[in-house]
Design a protein around this ligand. Structure first.
Ligand code: UGA
Length: 451
């Protein structure tokens, strides 16, 4: 089949790779010249593991404009829907793509909307610019850093729109549903042989299913963060508590790792959008609102704990800039947000991240090329991203390089006893831990250079 994918970001480039791998003739349209040039050179501008290599083996045509639209039987919309200032998604790119598709695509072509859009968007496009095509909401559930795995071995495929489009969409993903992709070839393989659930529903349901999944995961994380904070405050072991919760299959062990709060290009945007959807209907979505508030409080609370301990002009060695381990993406990164709060209170920040080499958006953060450089003469070391490299770092060597002796662990990566053995005072998410006891950071003396 001929397929046009509009947008070559995470969702678009991965969709293009998957659909080409499944034997379709794919053109992928990208309007950003730098990103387009990188794809055309065979480089992956997103640095998503395995994606560049896979695309090099496939015959995907990257182009600045949609040349094949009129011939395409399937068109995938995977453009950005960034958060506007009112918290709602900005649909400008979706509208532009829809106008182009509507004027040039063939009658009856299936338009798969994979951009995350507010409930009702697909129906509106169907009765507007795309009235001659069949508009299907087909949300993606891939995680950055695992995008290929998640796209080839999904937990479910969700799609919704006009009933006569269902069989075409199911046929498009038949090999994935039947697990007839070659796992070894893609570096994966799932023990499960059961077919991937394919759920067909209304477009509005599919749109809401995406927000519901991200909203629920974000809420689960906010709850886990609350439990971790409380555990530390009462002298309980957060890892033991959360680990035991995860053994209940109704809860599940994933998304219980406490931290500085959730970030990235999806959760913050999608939770705000879901709240806006509820607000727009006059529905007070209490639980979601609390999760969003808790997420902001989580980060502010950690920054405040650091500020209570360090003098205003202290030097911080920040470990991590990416919003999570396994990606170079710093969009809505809690690590960067934390650095900004510390900078605001007068501290200076040197940072190291295994995947982030520079941060033009925040020149006040001095990005170093090694962990040791970032910690050199620091008054405190702050772990902000859960890179395995930080869990395995030589704490004694780091302590020799630092001026101060506090280690703030925002990702619960280090055992307090290991930190103590290396000469650090360990502060976790809710304060200092000294052996088995917890003391509030507020009670600790200030460290570092005086203001
Ligand atoms: C998320 C969802 O997991 C995907 O299913 C979804 O498709 C994607 O958003 C999207 O909407 O496109 P992603 O943003 O790549 O994927 O990141 P996650 O791995 O879900 O992590 C989100 C945030 O939660 C990160 O800040 C991460 O550090 C944090 N997190 C995650 C924790 O703090 N603890 C955990 O146990 C898990």
């Amino acid at each position: 089949m001929r397929v046009t994918v509009v947008g070559a970001g995470y969702v678009g480039a991965v969709s293009a790779a998957v659909l080409a791998y499944l034997g379709n003739r794919v053109t992928c349209i990208e309007r950003d010249p730098a990103r387009l040039a990188a794809w055309r050179r065979g480089n992956d501008p997103l640095r998503e593991p395995g994606l560049g290599e896979l695309l090099q083996r496939l015959d995907v045509c990257f182009a600045p404009v949609a040349t094949d639209l009129a011939e395409s039987e399937v068109i995938v919309v995977a453009v950005g829907t960034p958060m506007a200032s009112d918290g709602r998604p900005d649909l400008e790119q979706v509208e532009t793509a829809a106008a182009q598709i509507g004027s040039r695509a063939r009658r009856g072509a299936a338009v798969l909307v994979r951009s995350t859009v507010p409930v009702g968007t697909c129906d509106r496009l169907q009765s507007g610019p795309l009235r001659a095509q069949r508009v299907v909401s087909n949300p993606e559930f891939l995680r950055e850093g695992h995008a290929l795995h998640d796209a080839f071995f999904p937990d479910r495929i969700i799609a919704g729109g006009p009933p006569d489009a269902a069989s075409a969409v199911e046929a498009l993903f038949r090999r994935i549903i039947d697990r007839r992709v070659l796992p070894g070839d893609l570096g994966g393989d799932e023990g499960s042989r059961a077919p991937v659930p394919f759920r067909w529903m209304s477009a509005a349901s599919a749109e809401l299913a995406k927000y519901a999944a991200n909203g629920f995961l974000a809420t689960k994380l906010s709850f886990a963060n609350e439990i971790a904070n409380l555990a530390q405050s009462v002298g309980a072991d957060a890892a033991a508590v959360l680990g035991s919760m995860g053994l209940d299959p109704r809860i599940g062990s994933q998304f219980l790792r406490p931290g500085l709060g959730w970030g990235g290009s999806c959760f913050p945007k999608d939770t705000r959008a879901l709240q806006a959807i509820a607000d727009g209907m006059g529905y007070d979505f209490l639980v979601l609102k609390a999760a969003i508030d808790q997420n902001a409080r989580q980060l502010r609370g950690f920054a405040a704990a650091i500020e209570r301990v360090l003098a205003p002009h202290s030097q911080v060695g920040l470990l991590g800039l990416a919003f999570k381990a396994g990606t170079a993406d710093t969009r809505e990164s809690p690590a960067v947000a934390l650095a900004r709060l510390l900078l605001q209170s007068g501290m200076s920040v040197s940072a190291y991240d295994p995947a982030v080499r520079d941060l033009p958006a925040e020149p006040r953060i001095r990005v170093r090329s090694t962990l040791a450089d970032a910690c050199e003469a620091a008054d405190a070391v702050v772990i902000a991203t859960e890179w395995p490299e930080f869990a395995a770092m030589d704490l004694r060597a780091i302590r020799r390089a630092t001026r101060g002796d506090v280690l703030f662990d925002g990702r619960s990566l280090i055992a307090p006893s290991s930190a103590a053995a290396a000469g650090f005072r360990y502060a976790g998410l809710a304060g200092f831990i000294d052996g088995t006891t917890t003391t509030k950071a507020v009670a600790s003396p200030r460290l570092g250079t005086a203001a």
